[in-house]
Design a protein around this ligand. Structure first.
Ligand SMILES: Nc1nc2c(c(=O)[nH]1)N[C@H]1C(S)=C(S)[C@@H](COP(=O)(O)OP(=O)(O)OC[C@H]3O[C@@H](n4cnc5c(=O)[nH]c(N)nc54)[C@H](O)[C@@H]3O)O[C@H]1N2
Ligand SMILES: Nc1nc2c(c(=O)[nH]1)N[C@H]1C(S)=C(S)[C@@H](COP(=O)(O)OP(=O)(O)OC[C@H]3O[C@@H](n4cnc5c(=O)[nH]c(N)nc54)[C@H](O)[C@@H]3O)O[C@H]1N2
Ligand code: SF4
Ligand SMILES: [Mo]
Length: 701
């Protein structure tokens, strides 16, 4: 007789870089093993729903390829030849190299590089404590949010908005530039509830017929980078047809008359040419909104990953202001709640040691930084060492050819702390094995909703995996870095941070599992004013003074339009590059995470593919399934064609981010994306690429 193990339930929070930050119920089989993961039913935002890839997390946490022991490189860079070493040898080597590099080149030659592979505040941000105390080079994090946040804050003055659960009380939910079915499935839970319970309409605005567009009542298929034009024409109609809420505009906005005059030429006909929509589609969308001012604008990141992305975000955000939608429960706009938490992260990040004279390097420009571009180096010395946690730049960063060239430098010392042998870990001199979220304690805040959640340690890590915190503390000790945060445990850091941020204590959070910090209705809807001295929404922002994270003015910031508009700084097709390529998210991968799990790879069809309109394929002699090449001045990528008439002619979509090695030539999709910065504060325009397309045999790799 076999004894069935007794399954207990643990609670947690999803650590991945996803706006949903789901509250999780985890089946714990024994102290090393988990079963299925479920979405918590009693969390009002998660509402029992999570994505399939996290539900089957056992496949990732118990993966046979998990890194279990520290390794040192024994062959040429990137050869994959490593030998197992002890933790002491690994940490001593890193510390010795850092000390030697600091002695010869100064502390700014060392660049701790991280991102959001885990969103836990302790494990993600603790690397900054070491950075600040040691005065290593700073990182300006631009790879994800900068263009979107800047555009949103330019209007409201604050990164917050209507309670996302209010979507279920809306008459019209506008999913603008987010493929929520893939990237944050819980948005659909609340939007579909509004449709079922109140007959709400769901509008989706995207550049291809993705899974979210297919669920919409109205799917607006725009040309990439033209959302500003659509927003302007919609506002034109709202003013023209008496749908603009003039009393609201007078009370709550900066220059409604100037906006109305400016929009007089931004007609549906004007926008139709730019966006590729018909005049009727634009009129119908505007009318729908006009008749349903209780409209909820759920603004995503995707449409801001264009060179005019901040402007387009701000233009889309201006529509609910013209409509007066913010006055209604179920109306207004939401992009992210990152502005409501007000954390004191002194202990986690060592902010009391931050020296603002230390240079900040642009995360997205890692290729340029490592290949010695003086501007990217802020006219300082070279970067000679990297310490990497929670990110996989060799796969995810733009200008991949430069990134690879940089990582191949013999004089660059690289330490990567990872869960898997990613393409970045493969370039390491010292590789350290990392824990996963169920193997350490951490604190989470949701971007796409309003909870603070606890993710306690539930199982023991395999092999010799250590958490990010353990690695940072061990290095600090060897490097002589002093800070009280290095003497605290993760649980102490969580408790300190909660208490000093007036969010209770660890004991309280542990009991409650999460806390809902949704601001009151009037505040979330800015009914006592937007977050500017005069309380007025900005149609005409001062783009040099948006209170968003920034380290300078970048991109063509001196040419930003004063009012919402179509800004023509995108990579417009030309004779040599007649196509526009976007790298929209795949459902079963999360950035480059989950590309190691067999089910995800199989569900994504086993290989990277390029969606091409059948007429474009025919015109270029390309058949379904054929190997094709796409290229621009940044490089050439070869992958297989998938004919799909859900893309516009002239637009190509490669759902990403597949490992570079899964492409025919080992060149990943980011070979084609650029690291020039989105104005005004930076950001990477991953979906804004001008390319040519050919059958593969006609293109030399
Ligand atoms: N399954 C899955 N989930 C994820 C991720 C993932 O890779 N896979 N990534 C996670 C991360 S890090 C983030 S930041 C979020 C991002 O999630 P989202 O906010 O959804 O943003 P994106 O994933 O960049 O793109 C969303 C959509 O924008 C569309 N788009 C691109 N250009 C334009 C344009 O000019 N106009 C319009 N209207 N649409 C455009 C793309 O085609 C895509 O369908 O998702 C997170 N969740
Ligand atoms: N072409 C294209 N490129 C893109 C995008 C796109 O839409 N198109 N999206 C961009 C966006 S929005 C983002 S946010 C970036 C994200 O890109 P990345 O930051 O690279 O995100 P992930 O691929 O999720 O990788 C995180 C890595 O962290 C590791 N990790 C997870 N948890 C831990 C931990 O606790 N400790 C340690 N040491 N490691 C851990 C994982 O194993 C994984 O390899 O990619 C960007 N790149
Ligand atoms: S939807 Fe997002 S937050 Fe929720 S489980 Fe999936 S990846 Fe995690
Ligand atoms: Mo992201």
């Amino acid at each position: 007789m076999t004894v069935q193990p007794k399954i207990t339930r643990g609670f947690s929070a999803c650590p991945h870089d996803c706006p949903s930050t789901c509250a999780l119920d985890v089946e714990v089989i024994d102290d090393k093993t988990i079963g299925r993961i479920h979405g918590s039913r009693d969390n009002s935002y998660t509402a029992g729903v999570i994505c399939a890839k996290v539900a089957r997390y056992a496949e990732r946490i118990h993966h046979p390829d998990r890194l279990l022991y520290p390794l040192k490189r024994t062959g040429p860079k990137g050869s994959g030849q490593f030998a197992r070493i002890s933790w002491d040898e690994a940490l001593d080597t890193v510390a010795e190299r850092f000390r030697a590099i600091e002695a010869e080149y100064g502390p700014e030659a060392i660049w701790p590089y991280y991102y959001a592979g885990t969103m836990g505040l302790v494990m993600r941000d603790g690397i900054n404590r070491l950075r600040h105390v040691k005065k290593y080079s700073g990182q300006f994090s631009t790879i994800c949010t900068t263009s979107a946040w800047t555009g949103y804050i330019a209007g409201t003055g604050l990164l917050a908005g209507a309670d996302p659960r209010e979507m279920s009380k809306s008459d019209c939910v506008v999913l603008w530039g987010t493929n929520a079915v893939h990237t944050q499935v819980n948005v659909m839970t609340h939007a579909l509830r509004a449709r079922k319970e109140r007959g709400a309409k769901i509008v989706a605005i995207d550049i291809y017929m993705n899974a979210t567009m297919k669920q919409a009542d109205m799917a607006l298929l725009v040309k990439p980078g033209t959302d500003g034009a659509l927003a302007c024409a919609v506002m034109h109609v709202l003013f023209r047809d008496g749908y603009a809420d003039r009393a609201y505009l007078a009370q709550y906005t900066d220059c409604p008359d100037e906006l109305e005059a400016h929009l007089s030429t931004r007609t549906p006909e004007w926008a139709a040419t730019i966006t590729g929509l018909s005049v009727e589609e634009i009129e119908a969308f505007a009318r729908l909104l006009g008749e349903r001012p209780r409209s909820f604008f759920r603004l995503g990141y995707g449409f801001a990953r264009q060179r005019n992305g901040a402007v387009n975000m701000h233009a889309a955000l201006s529509v609910p202001a013209v409509l007066g939608a913010w006055q209604y429960e179920g109306g207004g706009a939401f992009h992210s709640n990152s502005g409501i938490y007000g954390w004191r992260k002194t202990m986690i990040e060592g902010l009391d040691a931050l020296d603002r004279s230390v240079r900040q390097l642009d995360q997205s420009q890692i290729g340029r930084v490592l290949t010695g571009d003086p501007e990217a180096l802020r006219d300082g010395g070279p970067v000679k060492a990297l310490l990497i946690q929670n990110t996989n730049p060799v796969s995810v960063a733009p200008e991949q050819e430069l990134v690879k060239r940089g990582f191949a430098r013999e004089d660059l010392f690289v330490c990567v702390h990872e869960q898997f042998m990613t393409e970045t870990a493969l370039m390491a001199d010292i590789m350290l094995p990392a824990t996963m979220f169920l193997e350490h304690d951490d604190l989470y805040q949701a971007g796409g909703q309003q909870h603070i959640l606890l993710g306690p340690k539930l199982v023991e890590p395999p092999g010799e995996c250590r958490s990010n915190h353990e690695v940072i503390v061990a290095l600090a000790e060897r490097l002589g870095a002093e800070h009280p945060g290095f003497r605290m445990s993760p649980r102490e850091l969580i408790d300190w941070t909660l208490r000093h941020s007036n969010r209770g204590s660890l004991a309280e959070l542990e009991e409650k599992r999460w806390i809902d910090i949704q601001p009151p209705f009037r505040c979330a809807h800015f009914l006592d004013g937007f977050n500017w001295p005069d309380g007025k929404f900005r149609f005409k922002p001062d783009w040099t003074k948006v209170p968003a994270p920034r380290s300078g003015l970048f991109g063509p910031h001196d040419r930003l339009p004063a009012l919402p508009d179509h800004w023509t700084v995108i990579e417009t097709p030309d004779e040599r590059h007649p196509f526009r390529l976007a790298t929209s998210p795949a459902r079963n991968f999360l950035n480059s995470s989950f590309t190691e799990t067999p089910t995800s790879i199989q569900k994504e069809g086993g290989r990277p593919e390029l969606f091409i309109h059948s007429e474009d394929a025919a015109a270029n002699g390309i058949e379904d399934g054929a190997l094709v090449a796409i290229g621009n001045e940044r490089g050439i990528v070869r992958l297989h064609a998938r004919l799909y008439d859900g893309v516009r002619r002239g637009v190509l979509i490669a759902e990403s981010i597949w490992p570079n090695a899964s492409f025919v030539d080992g060149k990943g999709i980011n070979t084609l994306t650029g690291a020039d910065q989105v104005a005004p504060y930076g950001g990477a325009a991953f979906h804004d690429n001008r390319v040519w397309l050919r059958p593969a045999e006609q293109a030399s790799a």
